[in-house]
Write a protein that binds this ligand. Structure first.
Ligand code: ADP
Ligand code: MG
Length: 700
């Protein structure tokens, strides 16, 4: 494997600060920085100069095309490549790229989901340059393409993507957090930034095996498959030695990501066999969102170099751990001060406490929105199903902060529990400093030192939605706090009073115990916390009166945009389950049933032959009976699924249709799986038409 010097390749494919300082005239650079940092608008002149420098840089590196790179509501990225080429007569052409081409793109948007925001006959969609996320060169076997991160909107200016609301939410939280900071006498901070470090889980499986599974190809998950004799019960995969081909894969992945200025830092084996994780170092939310998309793309692309396939689905295998994404989130000032840093003595840190309770209140009041932000058809198999994290949103604070909240409530704030020293009990080992709080792995929203970790996200989803919701709900509470405190006579006293009130009203969302236990489900119900088990039931939250009011107030989404997003989610659900159901039907009809029938023929012949030979045919007869009985059960379940699917497909109201897909089609699919998986355990493995879980998970 080729050796790499990290410092030489890091960021070489990014039109970053270093490149800009080198290539842009000082004045232009300064103006562009002002736009990036302070959100000031961009002049046509600056755009022109930047475009030219960008083009020269890209062409020198070998690029022939550029693209406006955007994130439509499909959740993945989209690009339409244009050559840097203008014919100049005489059969010649020159490379050109204007400021106009940099800042605005126009394309037919009619085939992207719009949720009714745009009729297909009004097909124009516009992409607008987002200069706050750096342009980069995407590299693959075909060469390099200059990618310009853009926002995507309709002719009438409505957001058709996931980036626009994210950028709007960053403005919203900035405005309100600055107001709060001013109350603390902070006159310096010009901007606050929310940062995110998403940990990405994924599976890697053998490509040849993958190609034999229609379910993986069409739906990203296995729709059939009995559990192998060994699963993840020995915990021998978690943090285990990384297999050599996987290690080579990670090596190449890291190199590609580093070139893109993505600071892939941590990698390890995860709980399930073939499951791994990658975490970059955190950065501002907008860049982190773009980077996460690039990470997911690179993960998939590079897998094929090693005859592997990367599965990003939330639940590729039933019965083994699924994949999620941990969204580590914090708020800091442009001066680098993390507002969620408790310091040594959080009980004396009024600013920290105010921001802390703002998050607590925001999460409690808008738990339903956070729930939908993490919902997709794949995540339904994790949240609220037979896997963690639970669907109930609660916050883990840890012993130290929980103790402080109790003190606040009692009216006297005296001390903060300290971590102290930890002795391992071996005299030659150094004594270690202990954190003030242990980890909690079961909480969906955990305070982890100086950030919150939102752990509900699905592994395949864009992180844009959870983050624009998080930013907006916190912005809303900060606004309320600023409104209350701006006229205060005794700021500190009134701020403390506000903190106390907030703790009293919202402490029900704080839970430090085991989030996986049944007792918690009951306890949460007593506390009145919502427990929304599936995507379809979570969707209404995004278009509720409360949500529309919130989003409109902070200019993050309009009512029409909220409604369209709900419609898109309903459609996404329906389409995905429809594909899954049809794939199941096809696999049973064309693969599983023929294989089983031919095996029963073999068995029947054996039984006859045994009887003719005058020997005891009990075992073969018993097996034949068992198999035919399961075969009949499978056939019945197949017919039920086909009938239900037919009926549900005719429904025209999308909300109702999605609901029926969840409550009629989905159970019919599960019912079909049961006899099929039983048959897998009965039929000769040489006759089974598709690779088993054992083949997929243990023979790589
Ligand atoms: P875990 O212990 O949950 O596995 P990791 O160390 O794998 O956590 O990942 C933690 C993630 O949190 C990393 O992406 C890291 O950069 C990020 N992170 C650390 N500090 C902050 C912060 N202040 N704001 C946002 N993200 C942060
Ligand atoms: Mg984590």
């Amino acid at each position: 494997m080729e050796k790499i010097a990290l410092s030489e390749i890091y960021g070489i494919n990014v039109f970053n600060d270093a490149v800009m300082t080198e290539r842009l005239p000082k004045k232009v650079y300064a103006e562009l920085k002002k736009t990036i940092k302070n959100g000031e608008s961009l002049t046509a002149y600056v755009a022109e100069v930047v475009a030219n420098a960008m083009k020269d840089w890209a062409i020198e590196r070998g690029a022939t095309h550029y693209t406006h790179w955007f994130q439509p509501m499909t959740g993945i990225t989209a690009e339409k490549h244009e050559a840097f080429l203008t014919p100049v007569g005489d059969g010649k052409a020159i490379a050109e790229f204007s400021g106009k081409e940099l800042i605005r793109g126009e394309s037919d948007a009619s085939s992207f989901p719009s949720g009714g925001l745009r009729a297909t006959f009004e097909a124009r969609g516009y992409t607008a340059w987002d200069c706050t996320s750096p342009a980069f060169l995407k590299e693959d076997a075909s060469g390099l393409t200059l990618c310009i991160p853009t926002a995507f909107c309709s002719y009438t200016g409505e957001a058709l993507d996931k980036k626009t609301p994210l950028l709007r939410s960053m403005e919203a939280i900035n405005t309100q957090a600055i107001r709060v900071l001013r109350l603390f006498g902070d006159k310096q901070t010009q901007r606050i930034i929310t940062s995110v470090g998403p940990e990405q889980e994924y599976f890697l499986i053998d490509k040849q095996m993958y190609k034999k599974r229609k379910d993986l190809i069409f739906t990203g998950r296995t729709l059939f498959g009995a559990l192998p004799p060994k699963g993840q019960e020995l915990d021998d995969h978690y943090y285990g030695t990384i297999r050599e081909n996987v290690s080579c894969y990670m090596h190449e992945l890291n190199r590609e990501l580093w070139k893109l200025g993505i600071s892939a830092k941590t990698q390890h084996n995860e709980v399930a066999p073939c499951q791994h994780e990658l975490a970059p170092i955190y950065t501002d939310t907008n860049t982190a969102t773009d980077h996460n998309q690039l990470i997911m793309e690179a993960m998939k692309r590079i897998a094929s170099h090693f005859d592997l396939v990367c599965l990003l689905h939330e639940k590729p295998f039933s019965g083994v751990n699924g994949s999620g994404k941990h969204n580590n989130w914090s708020i800091s000032t442009d001066g680098g001060q993390n507002l969620l840093e408790p310091g040594k003595n959080p009980h004396r840190n009024l600013k920290f406490l105010l921001f802390l309770v703002a998050v607590i209140k925001a999460v409690d009041v808008h738990a339903d929105l956070l729930r939908i932000s993490a919902a997709n058809p794949g995540n339904d198999h994790r949240l609220g199903a037979n896997e963690a994290p639970p669907a109930i949103i609660s916050i883990f604070l840890g012993d130290q902060l929980e103790d402080i909240l109790e003190q606040i409530e009692c009216g006297e704030l005296n001390n903060s529990i300290q971590g102290g020293e930890m002795s391992i009990g071996v005299s030659t080992m150094p004594s270690l400093k202990k954190d003030a709080t242990d980890r909690n792995r079961t909480s969906p929203f955990a305070f982890t030192g100086n950030k919150f970790e939102f752990r509900m996200l699905g592994s395949s989803d864009s992180i844009a939605c959870p983050n624009y919701i998080l930013n907006t709900v916190v912005a809303d509470v900060l606004e309320e706090f600023a409104d209350k405190l701006e006229g205060a006579d005794d700021f500190e006293k009134e701020a403390m009073e506000l903190i106390r009130e907030t703790v009293k009203q919202h402490k029900r969302i704080v839970f430090n115990g085991n989030g996986y236990s049944d007792e918690w489900v009951e306890e949460a119900e007593r506390r009145g916390l919502p427990n929304i088990n599936c995507m379809v039931d979570a969707i209404p939250a995004i278009k509720s009166e409360k949500a529309v009011k919130l989003f409109e107030k902070h200019h993050v989404l309009t009512k029409a945009e909220c409604n369209s997003r709900a419609d898109i989610l309903y459609e996404e659900y329906t389409k995905q389950i429809n594909i899954e159901a049809r794939t199941m039907i096809e696999m049973v009809l064309k693969q599983i049933r023929p294989a089983v029938i031919s095996y029963t023929k073999e068995l029947a012949d054996t039984v006859i032959a045994l009887k003719e030979a005058g020997v005891d045919a009990t075992a073969s007869t018993k097996l034949l009976k068992e198999i035919t009985s399961q075969l009949n059960a499978m056939d019945e379940a197949l017919e039920t699924l086909r009938t239900v699917l037919d009926e549900v497909s005719k429904i025209e109201v999308i909300t109702q249709q999605a609901h029926e897909f969840r409550y009629k089609v989905f159970p019919a699919m599960e019912a079909l799986r049961v006899p099929a998986d039983k048959l897998e355990m009965l039929v000769d493995e040489k006759k089974w038409p598709i690779p088993t879980y054992g083949d997929l998970l243990f023979y790589v």
